[in-house]
Design a protein around this ligand. Structure first.
Ligand code: C5P
Length: 319
């Protein structure tokens, strides 16, 4: 399409919601030839979400601002990397946009906040600039930018294999689970560090051939707790990174202990590479009540806390 046509198809402003995720299962299968880890995961979107506002700018610049002063708005931010990649692939170097991020998902938390923001930028700017890239094209760009980004585009409940980018969607949970999520705001965990520690401590036991990987994937696909997800048989919440991160991170140990003590909690685990931890409840009301009763205890332990629900979507245009 020509740049005049593109001008016709442009929208003035676009707002996208960018939900966080939690890991209901994170199994490290082995090491891949490309240096990444081969994973078998189950991820679920939750209604703790950032918001990305975008408007066109005639100056040809892509600029990001954020309501959280600590966060870099430079070329290391996944929003900027996603915007640059999308513009480069469009071939229209003169495209510009002003982006503003309202940050609600804690940073460096294992909740894919940064990845969800990046996925939001792909969706928002594809719409704002009228580029018309298909979902498959956006997915391919998301894969290039980060292992969790394809999940953040699709969202809901998904099996995630490979580096995390190979998705198989699972029908939504039969019941609407509630979640209490906690994180020490002064602690963040580097994902490369967590995977490095995993390799150092468990590398000797890694699976090494594709057939063994395939068997583990099949085992997870067939897991009874997943068909359908329900409170009567809650997911076991395996997280292999928790076993290496928790012993070295005091706030994770405290968080897990306090969450396990909440009345009504079904299961408790760390999310992703941490340090955020969560407890599952049979419904949102149980989660709200448990959080209300324990708010002081979390505050005394220096933990921020949220209650939230599962949601069936990833990044999404807002009306
Ligand atoms: O893909 P992403 O940029 O999110 O990955 C961040 C880092 O986490 C990688 O550089 C790697 O160290 C580690 N990682 C991994 N295996 C994966 C995903 C991430 O080792 N499947």
């Amino acid at each position: 399409i020509s740049s005049t046509l593109l001008l016709d198809r442009m929208t003035a402003t676009v707002r996208v919601t960018a939900p966080a995720k939690i890991n209901l299962h994170l199994e490290v299968l082995g090491q891949r030839a490309d240096g990444f880890h081969e994973l078998a995961m189950v991820m679920q979107s939750i209604d703790l979400a950032d918001q990305l506002d975008c408007s066109n700018s005639a100056d040809g610049l892509i600029q990001l601002s954020c309501d959280q002063p600590g966060l870099s708005c430079g070329s290391d931010n996944l929003v900027m990397r996603a915007a640059e990649l999308l513009r480069q692939r469009s071939g229209f170097n003169e495209l510009g946009a002003h982006l503003h991020l309202r940050k609600r998902i804690p940073i460096g938390a294992g909740l894919a906040g940064g990845s969800s923001d990046g996925a939001a930028a792909l969706l928002a700017l594809n719409t704002l600039w009228g580029l018309g890239h298909s979902q498959d094209h956006l997915r391919a760009m998301a894969c290039e930018l980060g292992s969790d980004m394809p999940f953040c585009l699709a969202g809901g409940l998904q099996l995630c294999f490979g580096r995390g980018e190979c998705l198989e969607s699972v029908p939504a949970a039969a019941e609407s689970f509630g979640v209490v999520l906690v994180k020490d705001p002064t602690v963040s965990v580097s994902t490369p560090w967590a995977y490095g520690e995993c390799r150092r401590l468990n590398g000797d036991h890694y699976l090494s051939d594709e057939q063994a990987f395939a068997e583990r994937r099949q085992h997870l696909r067939a897991a009874l707790w997943l068909h359908p997800l329900r409170a009567a048989e809650p997911p076991p919440l395996r997280n292999d990174l928790q076993d290496v991160v928790a012993p070295q991170t005091a706030s994770v140990q405290t968080a897990l202990r306090l969450l396990q003590d909440l009345p009504g909690q079904l299961r408790t685990a760390m999310s992703g590479s941490g340090p955020s931890c969560f407890a599952l409840f049979a419904n949102r009301q149980d989660a709200d009540q448990a959080l209300d009763a324990a708010r002081d205890r979390f505050a005394q332990a220096g933990l921020d806390a949220w209650s939230c629900s599962f949601v069936g979507h990833g990044v999404k245009l807002m009306p």
